[in-house]
Write a protein that binds this ligand. Structure first.
Ligand SMILES: *Cc1c(COP(=O)(O)O)cnc(C)c1O
Length: 385
């Protein structure tokens, strides 16, 4: 072990003097969760109908400002439906960051469309709208009905900005680019409940946005997700299609299109309602933890703690250290050393273009994403730390 690896490990250890092991991100429950889940079981309405689903959607709507919220089984299902609502279909291309979680491009392929990978931005860790503008000016052919890729001939229908680790993409810039090229924005805000772009909750700026409530996210419903939108027709259609497209009737089963059984069960929503009551305190704690990390690494050479972009107020879902180009070769050592010392740390995802199913997909120059992949480690981030 060398001096630099030692220093990073020791500074992390010194943050949590009274803990032997520290997980990356653990959920936080108390009596309220038990009370709501028990009430839900006692009511027998544990499945796809019940008061908790409606209440959970209403709480999310109030918190995010989205007019329509549709709670579903997970964030992946939410993204699948949101992209379908955007009109994505077979042969379309959808722009997705190369540095992101695999669920995002997976949902593009569920619809028979092709992920087209774009580069990252050092300021947000999300996609880079400036680089996108140059790239689309170069490869795009703007016709009256939309943008086409000059090389493949496919329509570039939509883009999925991912608000990475809870940090917002520069949405004003992105909206300008997408207006100009007639591309629909579907925001993947899976990691960003409680994050705001210039005062507006992320996930409510594009045509639609999605959230995840998986066990490792800022709040959890066990498994869960939601679609956010201000568009009435999308909101209504999304609810209809995620509930098997059943035409409401007291006793007749009739369905007017191929639907999905994606609705969030009531028992999961009961957990979610309790978690929503505590969201504000989770965000406050996570922002305090981020401040402590920033201070702990302030005077250290070779590495810095990633802080929110100036335009954003982030939930700091997963805290992030970024190594300088000169020290990034220590990434593996540091992962090894911290994990054997009870401090759970993780590298960022592998670039999507390195996975076998996405190797052949179109992509722009991915210089920043390639560097960031080697520079990032995520450090413990639970809201009770
Ligand atoms: C967690 C996550 C998802 C998927 O959410 P699930 O609820 O696990 O299906 C999608 N995109 C991103 C960026 C995520 O972090």
């Amino acid at each position: 072990m060398n001096n630099f690896t030692d220093q990073v490990t020791n500074r992390l250890k010194a943050m949590f003097p009274d803990r032997d092991t520290i997980a990356l991100h653990e959920p936080c429950f108390n009596d309220l969760e038990k009370q709501f889940v028990k009430d839900c079981i006692d009511s027998t309405f544990v499945s796809s109908i019940g008061k908790y689903v409606d209440k959970f959607e209403q709480m999310l709507s109030e918190f995010t400002g989205a007019k329509y919220v549709i709670a579903v089984m997970n964030g992946t299902a939410a993204l699948h439906i949101a992209l379908k609502m955007a009109g994505v279909g077979p042969g379309d291309e959808v722009l997705v960051p190369a540095l992101c979680f695999v669920a995002t491009p997976n949902t593009v392929t569920y619809l028979g469309a092709i992920p087209h990978f774009v580069d990252s931005d050092y300021n947000s860790l999300g996609l880079d709208p400036n680089k996108l503008l140059d790239y689309l000016s170069d490869i795009g052919n703007l016709k009256s009905d939309g943008l086409y890729n000059c090389y493949t001939g496919n329509r570039i229908r939509a883009i999925v900005p991912v608000h990475t680790f809870g940090h917002s993409v520069n949405m004003n810039l992105l909206c300008e680019v997408c207006d100009r090229f007639n591309i629909v924005i579907i925001e993947d805000a899976a990691e960003a409940l409680g994050s705001f772009y210039q005062g507006t909750h992320v996930g409510t700026i594009g045509k639609a946005g999605t959230l995840s409530f998986n066990g490792n996210k800022i709040i959890t419903t066990g498994g869960g997700g939601a679609i956010l939108t201000n568009d009435e027709s999308i909101g209504k259609w999304a609810k209809h299609i995620t509930t098997t497209a059943k035409i409401p009737h007291q006793y007749i089963y009739s369905h007017d299109q191929t639907g999905y059984n994606y609705r969030m069960p009531n028992i999961n929503a009961a957990l979610g309602c309790a978690q929503m009551e505590r969201l504000a305190s989770f965000i406050e704690n996570k922002r305090k933890l981020a401040k402590r990390y920033a201070l702990a690494f302030k005077d250290m050479q070779g590495v810095h703690f990633f802080t929110e972009p100036v335009y954003s107020k982030s939930n700091y879902w997963l805290n992030t250290l970024i190594f300088d180009r000169e020290t990034l070769h220590h990434q593996q050592d540091i992962l090894e050393e911290t994990n054997t010392n009870g401090i759970m740390t993780r590298p960022v995802w592998k670039l999507m273009t390195s996975l076998p199913m996405y190797k052949e997909c179109p992509h722009m120059n991915l210089n920043t994403a390639h560097t960031l992949e080697k520079q990032i480690i995520n450090i413990p981030s639970s809201s009770f730390l």
